[in-house]
Write a protein that binds this ligand. Structure first.
Ligand code: 5AD
Ligand code: FES
Length: 346
């Protein structure tokens, strides 16, 4: 076996140059070795259990204009919606009945949901469901705002770093957005005490193996509790409409590598992965993922939260997704569990 790979399996750590060389030179049989190692690590920490998160996409308004994203502000074809507080709470009620013990509140960067509104929503859910984890995923905010969410009862925050290379970051975002600010947000969240989720897209435009190597090193050093990794998929109303989507193979490889770097990380088999292949999420689990995020949003709004083309499950009821997902997991020998599914500290 390639020396870099044996070193990686032994130490769970490589230099940026070594990560890059691993990605450049890996052979099929070596991918198999990493896959086996990743699954064995995931199983030794979390067993053959998969955590489900109920995802509530509560607004697709966004003030930002990330070039890759279908709900970016500049997309005039995007039909905007906002759930009311009551609708959000109904999603939680329904989700609780289905067995979800983590709710993920996700939206674009929508200024309607200011600190007071968010605090009201979070406090209400916290009070009603003391046994549930609340995850927020609504983008970059001031530290004082993050602190308010935390004090109101939020436990986790997802903010993908998108890329650990400043130059690439600046290429795929408009100049109003800054790499430094994104990184500062992640640090603020960590300092406040959130379980923090970082993450990146695989094979987005301009991305090279060097960029991915920087992502891997960042993950190794920052040690996020969660890490969202999915293939880039073009959206018809963006300048990247004609770009190629990220591949299944590369995404699965990065899931395995990420699991080996952080054996305890909460690693979702993402909807984007399920979108590029009908069994993408299952394969994600078979490469080291241990989380799935079925959609809890009301069916009427689902087809409007489109970050990329051909997103799956946009016509399904929340109950269908819940059942579909447990069936999918049990078919591959895993159990979808009713559990908050917190990060397991050493
Ligand atoms: N393809 C895949 N993932 C995307 N995201 C945004 N746009 C796309 C796309 N076109 C991801 C980003 C963001 C997360 C919510 O969705 O990484 O952080
Ligand atoms: Fe939504 Fe399968 S997860 S229908």
């Amino acid at each position: 076996m390639n020396k870099v790979i044996s070193k990686f399996i032994d130490t769970h750590s490589l230099s940026v140059e070594e990560y890059e060389s691993l990605l450049n030179n890996i052979q099929e049989d070596e991918k198999e070795v990493l896959k086996k190692e990743a699954v064995s690590l995931a199983t030794s920490v979390y067993g053959k259990k998969i955590f489900a998160r109920g995802l509530i996409e509560f607004s697709n308004y966004c003030k930002n204009n990330c070039y890759y994203c279908g709900i970016r502000n500049g997309n005039k074809n995007c039909e905007r919606y906002r759930l009311t507080k009551e609708q959000i709470f109904e999603c939680c009620d329904l989700g609780y009945e289905f067995g979800y013990r983590t709710f993920v509140l996700q939206s674009g960067e929508d200024l309607y949901f200011n600190d007071d509104v968010m605090v009201e929503i979070i406090s209400h859910i916290r009070k009603k469901f003391p046994d549930c984890a609340i995850t927020i995923s609504i983008g970059e905010k001031e530290k004082s705002t993050y602190q308010k969410y935390f004090d109101a009862g939020a436990n986790r925050y997802l903010l993908r770093h998108e890329t650990a290379n400043k130059e690439l970051y600046e290429k795929i975002h408009p100049k109003e957005m800054s790499f430094e600010h994104r990184m500062k947000c992640l640090q603020d969240l960590r300092d406040i005490g959130f379980q923090v989720g970082a993450g990146y897209m695989v094979e987005c435009p301009y991305q090279t193996n060097h960029d991915l190597a920087l992502d891997l090193k960042f993950i190794e050093e920052f040690k996020p509790e969660m890490c969202g990794i999915g293939p880039f998929i073009p959206h018809k109303d963006t300048d990247y409409r004609n770009e190629k989507a990220g591949t299944l193979e590369k995404t699965l490889l990065l899931l395995s590598i990420t699991r080996i770097i952080l054996p305890r990380v909460l690693l979702p088999a993402t909807t984007a992965l399920g979108t590029i292949h009908p069994l993408g999420r299952e394969m994600g689990v078979q490469h080291g993922a241990n989380v799935v995020m079925p959609n809890l949003s009301p069916t009427e709004v689902r087809s409007k939260y489109l970050l990329y083309d051909n997103k799956i499950c946009t016509g399904d009821e929340a109950a269908e997704c819940r059942n579909c997902m447990s069936a999918r997991m049990s078919r591959i020998g895993y159990e979808l569990v009713i559990d908050r599914g917190d990060f397991k500290k050493l």
